[in-house]
Design a protein around this ligand. Structure first.
Ligand SMILES: CC(=O)N[C@H]1[C@@H](OP(=O)(O)O)O[C@H](CO)[C@@H](O)[C@@H]1O
Length: 496
C-alpha cells in the first residue's frame, strides 16, 4: 500500500467530489488524473476478486472535446455491476485512500487491467495515470490503444473467453461476417435506398468504418479536431440540425464520438431524426418478418426509458409487444433486457442493442431458422454499438424493403422538445425509480402537475430530472404541437 500511496503523490488531485454518474466518471479532463489513478486500483481489485481481465474504457462519448471520462468494463464485456459503483466513487474521492481500501485490499493483489481509449487529445496522459496505479500495486496492464467503446467491450469479453489478449481483428471479423450473411440473403428491393452518408462525428468510429470499407457507405466528419462539434448523433438528436458538412438529399446517419450511438435522418436543414425508438420498431418489424418466414416463434420485449416518444410505445403495444420503462442510462436497460428471451433496448438518443438468451438462439438454429439466428448474432451483446446497429438497421431496411420515408411513416411522432437548464435545483430534484414522476421538492412536483393537467387534452406529458452527466436539469415535454411544447417548457422553467 505504501508504494501505491507514494505513486499517487505524483498525480494531480481532483479539485472537487466527482460522482460515478449515468455512464461512469465524466467531466473536464483536467479534473480527472486522480480519478483515473484510483479507478485503476478498483479495476485491479475487481480483477483479483473475479480472477478475470477487467477493462477500463477511457471516453467522454458525445461530450465536448475538452471533457474526458471512464467506465469500468466487467469481465463479460458488460458494464460494471451497479453494486460496485458506490465503492468506486468512494475510492475515487476519499481523503484517506489507504483507509478506504484497507478492508478489501489483499496483500497478494494481482490481476490484469485492460485499457482502451477514444481519440481525445487528453486520453493518453489519463491512461498513463491508470498505468502508474496498476504498476505500483503490482498488477498488469494491457493497452488496446484507440478503440470504440463497443469494440473495447467486445474485446474484453473475447479476451476473457480465450484467456488471451485478443486484437481488433476479432471485432472486425465478427461485424463483417455477420453483416455479410444478412446482406447476401437480402439484397433489398426497389424501395431500399442503397447508399448511406455517414457522419463519424470526428470520433473513433471512423477507424472501424474505414477498415470495413463498404463502398456504399460514404464517410464524413473524419477530422478529430471537430469531435462532437456541430456533428455527431447527440447534435443531430438534440439540436435537430444537419451536422456540419453532411450533404443534402440522401439517407444519412450519425455516430457519436465513441461510436455507441446511432441516429438516421434525411440530409435536410430541419431534421426529422430516427433515433432509438425508430431503431426499436425497425428491428422488431424485421425480426418478426424473419420469424414468420422461417416458421419459428419468439417473444420480443422492448426496454426503454421515459424519453421514448409515447407514439412509439403506443405503436409497439398495438403490435402486442411488451414494453418495459427503466431509468436513464444503458446499464439499467441492459440489466432489464437480460431477463427476456429476446429483447430490443434503446434510449431515444440511439444508444442500444438487442439481446437474446443463448438457449433461444440454439433453438432457432435447431429449427434451421438461419436468418433469424444471423440477425440476433449481428447485435453486439455486450453494449450498444453504432456500427453493429448500422448494419442491423440496413439489413432490416432490406428485409422490409423500406425507404427512410417508409420507416418514418410507420407511426407519427408526438411533437416533443427537450431543454437543458442550469439551476441549483439540480441537486434537490428527486424522481421515482422510472423517473416518470417528481417526488421532491413536493411543491415543485405539485406545480408541475398543475401545469401538465391544464394541458391534459393536448396530450401533454413531461419528464424532468437532473442529468447524470452534465450540471443541468433536463426538461422533456410532449404535446400535440411544438408551439405548445415550447409554452409548457417556458412555464416549467419559471419554477426552476
Ligand atoms: C436524455 C439523454 O439523452 N440522456 C443521456 C445522458 O444522460 P443524462 O443523465 O441525461 O445526462 O447521457 C447518458 C450517457 O451517455 C445517456 O445514457 C443518457 O441517455
Amino acid at each position: 500500500m505504501d508504494k501505491i500511496i507514494q505513486a499517487g503523490l505524483s498525480i494531480q488531485p481532483s479539485t472537487r467530489y466527482i460522482a460515478y454518474g449515468t455512464a461512469g466518471f465524466r467531466t473536464l479532463a483536467s479534473d480527472l488524473p486522480m480519478i483515473f489513478f484510483r479507478t485503476g486500483l478498483v479495476a485491479l481489485l475487481r480483477a483479483y476478486e473475479t480472477q478475470k481481465f477487467i477493462g477500463i474504457m477511457v471516453t467522454a462519448s458525445h461530450n465536448p472535446i475538452h471533457d474526458n471520462g471512464l467506465k469500468i468494463v466487467d469481465s463479460n464485456g458488460e458494464m460494471l455491476p451497479i453494486s460496485w459503483e458506490k465503492f468506486t466513487e468512494e475510492v475515487a474521492n476519499t481523503k484517506d485512500l489507504a483507509g478506504t481500501l484497507s478492508e478489501r485490499w489483499p496483500s497478494d493483489i494481482n490481476g490484469t487491467v485492460l485499457i482502451g481509449a477514444d481519440n481525445r487529445p487528453s486520453s493518453s496522459s489519463l491512461v498513463d495515470c491508470i498505468k502508474v496505479a496498476v504498476a505500483a500495486a503490482g498488477g498488469i496492464v494491457h493497452d488496446f490503444g484507440v478503440v470504440t467503446t463497443p469494440e473495447f467491450h467486445y474485446l474484453v469479453y473475447k479476451s476473457n473467453l480465450s484467456g488471451n489478449f485478443e486484437n481488433t481483428d476479432v471485432y472486425i471479423d465478427y461485424l463483417r461476417s455477420k453483416a455479410s450473411a444478412l446482406f447476401n440473403n437480402f439484397p433489398g428491393g426497389e424501395r431500399y435506398e442503397r447508399t448511406l452518408d455517414l457522419d463519424c462525428a470526428g470520433g473513433v468510429g471512423m477507424n472501424v468504418m474505414q477498415i470495413l470499407n463498404y463502398p456504399w457507405i460514404n464517410l464524413y466528419n473524419l477530422d478529430p479536431a471537430y469531435l462532437n462539434t456541430h456533428c455527431g448523433a447527440e447534435y443531430a438528436h438534440k439540436d435537430r440540425k444537419l451536422p456540419r458538412s453532411m450533404p443534402i438529399g440522401n439517407k444519412c446517419a450519425s455516430f457519436d464520438g465513441d461510436a455507441d450511438r446511432l441516429v438516421y435522418y434525411y440530409g435536410k436543414e430541419d431534421l426529422e431524426v430516427l433515433g432509438g425508438e425508430r431503431l426499436t420498431v425497425l428491428y422488431a418489424a424485421a425480426l418478426n418478418k424473419l420469424m414468420t418466414q422461417e416458421g419459428v416463434q419468439g417473444k420480443i420485449t422492448v426496454v426503454t426509458t421515459g424519453y421514448s416518444n409515447s407514439a412509439s410505445i403506443n405503436y409497439l403495444k398495438d403490435q402486442g409487444i411488451n414494453c418495459v420503462i427503466v431509468p436513464t442510462g444503458v446499464k439499467y436497460l441492459h440489466e432489464e433486457a437480460h431477463k427476456h428471451e429476446i429483447s430490443i433496448y434503446f434510449e431515444s438518443n440511439g444508444h442500444g442493442t438487442m439481446l437474446h438468451h443463448s438457449a433461444k438462439l440454439e433453438e432457432f438454429k435447431a429449427q434451421n431458422a438461419e436468418n433469424v439466428a444471423n440477425f440476433l448474432a449481428l447485435a453486439n451483446r455486450t453494449v450498444g454499438d453504432a456500427a453493429a446497429d448500422l448494419f442491423l438497421a440496413e439489413a432490416s431496411l432490406r428485409i422490409m424493403d423500406w425507404s427512410l420515408n417508409d420507416w418514418l411513416n410507420v407511426y407519427q411522432d408526438i411533437p416533443n422538445l427537450m431543454v437543458a437548464v442550469r439551476t441549483p435545483m439540480k441537486d434537490v430534484i428527486k424522481n421515482s425509480w422510472d423517473q416518470m414522476e417528481i417526488l421532491e421538492p413536493v411543491d415543485f412536483a405539485r406545480n408541475v402537475g398543475e401545469i401538465i393537467s391544464k394541458y391534459a387534452e393536448a396530450k401533454a406529458r413531461t419528464l424532468i430530472r437532473p442529468s447524470g452527466t452534465e450540471p443541468i436539469v433536463r426538461i422533456y415535454v410532449e404535446a400535440v404541437s411544438l408551439e405548445l411544447c415550447k409554452q409548457i417548457i417556458e412555464e416549467i422553467s419559471k419554477l426552476l
